[in-house]
Design a protein around this ligand. Structure first.
Ligand SMILES: NC(=O)c1ccc[n+]([C@@H]2O[C@H](COP(=O)([O-])OP(=O)(O)OC[C@H]3O[C@@H](n4cnc5c(N)ncnc54)[C@H](OP(=O)(O)O)[C@@H]3O)[C@@H](O)[C@H]2O)c1
Length: 335
């Protein structure tokens, strides 16, 4: 395994990590969760991602029980939560968002569910237009000062919102965000490669990134090329929106590119999922690629992707670009 610093912090996160979304609480109980997390941990994964909203808190409860059962030393892994969506069915306005109250409540509920004494990473899952950014930055700073959170960050905030948080932190001597959790994959690249480009530099935020959906929820595995497999996540109850997204014209156009990408993978002796993950890892502004998996064999395959990075020569990257044709003034490779 390789490790990268999370932005300009000193925290070394494994470049491949593992997240609980969809699977924990939906497809998995504690034993299966531990089995799949152990497959990742044994391959050097040191970061497990979660959120209050995943299966309405159930994903954190299952991960907490699995972590306790694992017997792994607390200092050997990083665990996260995210606040915004709430953890109850139909949350009232004070049970969601980024107000000081909900940021506090969600942090302590997550600590309890995850059975950990503190959260290593705590993300604002989305921006909250109803809460002043200063209130959220203060709440995050206080949680860090109390020792309940080590690093705070955001997810899917715009560059402008991130700069506002940073400016507020600098103005009032508060703690700025360390990391962002954006979507990033071959089909979804603008924000990470362009919009955030200035923010990675240590003279601005020195932003780290823990990127999500590196396989575009499975589109980039190649398994949807001949229709929807019966055991795919998009058939799960409650994920009709994902299925509708997969059936959209945009997804169909994306899917049409996958056979050509799979051929590039085969030409360099690898598989489509590994090519897609290695492509994300090739970007030095990605601190860690959060993988998702619904079975151990997928973890085994995905954690092999690190070995594919050196195979992505300039020629191979150019061949991939020729298929994707979605690079916009890319600063891919800039630090
Ligand atoms: N911050 C946010 O807003 C946000 C949003 C989404 C996700 N996340 C985080 O990012 C993590 C990863 O996101 P994601 O699950 O969407 O990632 P992904 O890598 O795009 O999709 C993972 C899914 O692809 C399929 N898959 C994985 N490896 C495979 C392989 N080798 N061969 C065939 N199929 C494979 C599995 O689905 P099947 O069950 O269909 O096999 C798996 O659940 C989440 O767990 C969560 O922690 C964050």
């Amino acid at each position: 395994m390789e490790f990268r610093r999370l932005g300009k912090s000193g925290l070394q996160v494994s470049v491949l990590s593992f997240g609980a979304w969809v699977t924990f609480g939906q497809q998995y109980g504690v034993n299966e969760a531990l089995e799949i997390m152990a497959a990742a941990y044994d391959r050097g994964c040191n970061f497990f991602d979660n959120a209050e909203a995943y299966a309405k808190g159930q994903a954190e409860t299952i991960m907490g029980e699995a972590l306790t059962k694992s017997g792994w030393r607390r200092d050997s892994y990083i665990v996260s939560s995210k606040v915004f969506g709430g953890s109850v069915e139909k949350p009232s306005p004070i049970q969601r968002g980024l107000s000081r109250k909900h940021v506090y409540e969600a942090a302590y509920q997550a600590i309890e569910r995850l059975q950990c004494e503190y959260l290593d990473l705590y993300f604002c899952h989305r921006p909250d237009p109803h809460t002043p950014i200063e209130e959220t930055v203060r709440a995050m700073t206080e949680l860090i000062q109390r020792g309940d959170v080590l690093y705070w960050g955001t997810s899917e905030w715009s560059a402008t919102e991130l700069m506002e948080a940073y400016a507020v932190a600098r103005q009032y001597d508060l703690i700025p965000p360390t990391m962002e959790q954006p979507q990033y994959n071959m089909f979804h690249r603008y924000r990470v490669e362009n919009e955030y480009a200035r923010l990675y530099h240590p003279d601005t935020i020195g932003l780290g990134t823990t990127i999500w959906s590196p396989l575009a929820s499975g589109l980039l595995t190649g398994k949807y090329n001949d229709g929807v497999p019966a055991d795919a996540r998009i058939n799960l109850p409650g994920y009709e929106w994902l299925k509708a997204m997969f059936e959209s014209e945009t997804s169909k156009a994306r899917l049409a590119k996958v056979p050509a990408l799979a051929k590039i993978a085969a030409d360099i002796g690898t598989t489509m999922p590994k090519l897609a993950l290695a492509w994300c890892l090739k970007n030095p502004n990605v601190s860690t690629v959060i993988t998702g998996a619904s079975r151990v064999s997928q973890v085994e395959e995905n954690f092999d992707a690190l070995a594919v990075v050196p195979l992505l020569t300039d020629d191979v990257m150019a061949a991939i670009e020729a298929v994707l044709q979605n690079k916009e003034h890319s600063l891919h490779g800039a630090s």
